[in-house]
Design a protein around this ligand. Structure first.
Ligand code: SAH
Length: 267
């Protein structure tokens, strides 16, 4: 049987322990509660211990992703840095670094790390070195905000749109401690894209429809790439990559995937 990651079993902290709040890096209350803070890191000794433990579990997650073929160094660094356990419900924290999707409320799920990594790697591969770094990315389906945080470490600007108010608010809360000024959360229907941020070097969707919306194609820069789950001719959902070339669109259909549906309108 596969060994389960040690997180958070190795920690002297549990998400149910009310003495230490969940948003450790941002927690003034904790500093009040537990005393001294380290001048350099701004964290209390307990929080530092927590950070180190979760970093080791993340490093293991990244090693496993590397075994699955993920190789982009910047992406691996971003996945190693973003604390995925901060994006899931406290009852699910011990599964945060397993390669599994998890419920995030309102019937939606955070995609499994392997899928997030695969899609972002596809997005990066479609570009000349540095194009995403220097450009804007649109994410459709913010969900809990995890993928937006990873993208925020890779692209100059990230616009992430969510149609469910409850999740948009949750993502805002989740992302606050990360202080990513280049990640812009929007509440709206992502099938319309977000014209104000266009043109995009990349568009990535976390929900699957039956066609790539025309707005995404219009808002994509020439040389840009869309990575999205879509229903294919066989009725199955698969990852679709679309490149906007000078002379038109190039579409490739890759492996089968299972994403929540892309829906119109807001709720
Ligand atoms: N990237 C997210 C995954 C969330 S699941 C994460 O890291 O957690 C996909 C999300 O897409 C859901 O929250 C769903 O509400 C949202 N969604 C579906 N259709 C949408 C649309 N038309 N516009 C914006 N968001 C949409």
């Amino acid at each position: 049987m596969a060994q389960r990651p040690g997180f958070p079993a190795r920690m002297d902290w549990s998400p149910h322990d009310t003495r230490i709040p969940k948003n450790i890096a941002n927690s003034r209350d904790q500093i009040k509660a537990t005393g001294r803070k380290d001048v350099k890191s701004g964290l209390t000794p307990a929080a530092q211990g927590h950070g180190l433990d979760s970093q080791a579990v993340r490093a293991r997650m990244v090693r496993k992703l590397a075994e699955q073929g993920i190789a982009h160094p910047d992406l691996m660094a971003a996945l190693g840095a973003v604390e995925r356990h901060r994006f899931v419900d406290s009852a699910l924290v011990n599964q945060a670094y397993e390669d599994t999707s998890l419920p995030i409320g309102l019937g939606q799920t955070i995609s499994k790390p392997g899928v997030v990594a695969r899609m972002i790697e596809l997005l990066l591969q479609g570009h000349e070195e540095g194009q995403i770094r220097a450009g804007r990315v649109l994410e459709v389906g913010t969900g809990c905000g995890y993928q937006a945080a990873v993208l925020g470490r890779l692209a100059r600007e990230v616009y992430s749109i969510e149609r469910l108010r409850g999740l948009h608010d949750k993502a805002r809360q989740n992302l606050r401690p990360f202080r990513l000024p280049n990640v812009h959360l929007l509440f709206g229907d992502g099938t319309q894209g977000y014209a104000k941020g266009a043109p995009y070097a990349g568009i990535i969707a976390a929900a699957g429809g039956n066609a790539v919306p025309q707005a995404w194609i219009d808002q994509l820069a020439v040389g840009g790439r869309i990575v999205a789950p879509m229903e294919t001719a066989s009725g199955q959902q698969a990852l679709v990559v679309m490149d906007k070339l000078e002379r038109g669109l190039k579409r490739s259909v890759l492996e089968a995937v299972h994403f929540v549906p892309l829906k119109s309108g807001i709720a």
